[in-house]
Design a protein around this ligand. Structure first.
Ligand code: NAI
Length: 255
């Protein structure tokens, strides 16, 4: 039987890469979609040792590029069953210093990517004559306010709103739409933030990282694979009766 196909954005590194690895184990063929094509190709080469993967370059904030990347995926891998809109930017910015330029960039990448990813998924699923699963990266910061994250948080709350609305709009087409909300995950994005927090307090990156685990009930930061396990559930048949949800996977920060 032909493999099911998953298209994952931001899969060159971090959470997206862990999702690609996990869905490969689950038996999916993977499109590793990323701005960073060298990184995407490296991930795809690793996945090809045990499964099937291609690298696709795109800027998720550009509608045409998202459509082209999804079309390439269907042409090369033969189908599309799951779209994971994972790529995002995570700037920390005091609310009073947010600029128009930052606003436009972060909303275009974090929120624009969700609209374009959903639209491209709908087209591909319809062309293939079946439904599918759309899975969007929100955040713990899309559930509650956090210091200096007004720009980021706004985008991640928006993603929950889009997820809930799209779930209602697309259920008739056999398409489910859910989100995952990671807490604090050990990825390059988080390392950058730890560096910034450390610098602001005259300390090192490790000190910055330690500050984050203080508010986590389970007492440790998340591994990318913790989040990938949650996405595996949302991509698989056990979540068939779930849509419009935002699953928190934060080690106990928000409850
Ligand atoms: P990361 O920064 O480590 O990796 C992001 C990937 O997305 C990179 O490979 C990058 O090249 C790619 N990317 C960035 N902008 C792009 C664009 N315009 N077009 C195509 N690709 C682009 O990020 P990380 O930490 O793996 O985060 C993944 C998602 O999870 C993001 O949406 C983030 O907001 C969310 N998240 C992360 C948390 C964390 O603690 N790391 C916590 C909560 C949510």
């Amino acid at each position: 039987m032909a493999k099911k196909v998953a298209f994952i954005t931001g899969a060159a590194q971090g959470i997206g890469k862990a999702i690609a690895e996990r869905l490969t184990k689950d038996g999916f063929a993977i499109a590793v979609a990323d701005f960073n094509i060298e990184g995407a190709q490296k991930t795809a080469d690793e996945l090809n040792k045990t499964g099937q993967a291609i690298a696709v370059q795109l800027d998720v904030s550009k509608r045409d590029e998202v459509f082209a990347a999804v079309e390439k995926t269907v042409a090369e891998l033969g189908d599309l069953n799951v779209v994971v809109n994972n790529a995002g930017l995570g700037p920390t910015t005091p609310i009073e210093t947010i600029t128009e330029e930052q606003f436009e960039k972060v909303y275009a990448v974090n929120v624009g990517s969700i609209y374009w990813g959903i639209q491209a998924a709908i087209k591909a699923f319809r062309d293939k004559g079946h439904g599918g699963k759309i899975i969007n990266a929100s955040s713990q910061a899309g559930q509650v306010g956090n210091p200096n994250l007004a720009l980021y948080s706004g985008t991640k709350f928006a993603i929950r709103g889009i997820t809930q609305t799209a779930a209602r709009d697309l259920a008739k087409d056999g398409i489910t739409v859910n989100a995952y909300c990671p807490g604090i995950v050990k990825t390059p994005m988080m390392m950058d933030i730890a560096h910034q927090v450390g610098q602001e307090n005259g300390k090192d990156d490790e000190w910055g990282m330690k500050q984050f685990s203080k508010d986590i009930a389970l007492g440790r930061l998340s591994e990318p694979s913790d989040v990938a396990a949650c996405v595996s559930y949302l991509a698989g048949p056990d979540s068939d009766y779930m849509t419009g949800q935002a699953l928190l996977i934060d080690g106990g920060m928000v409850f």
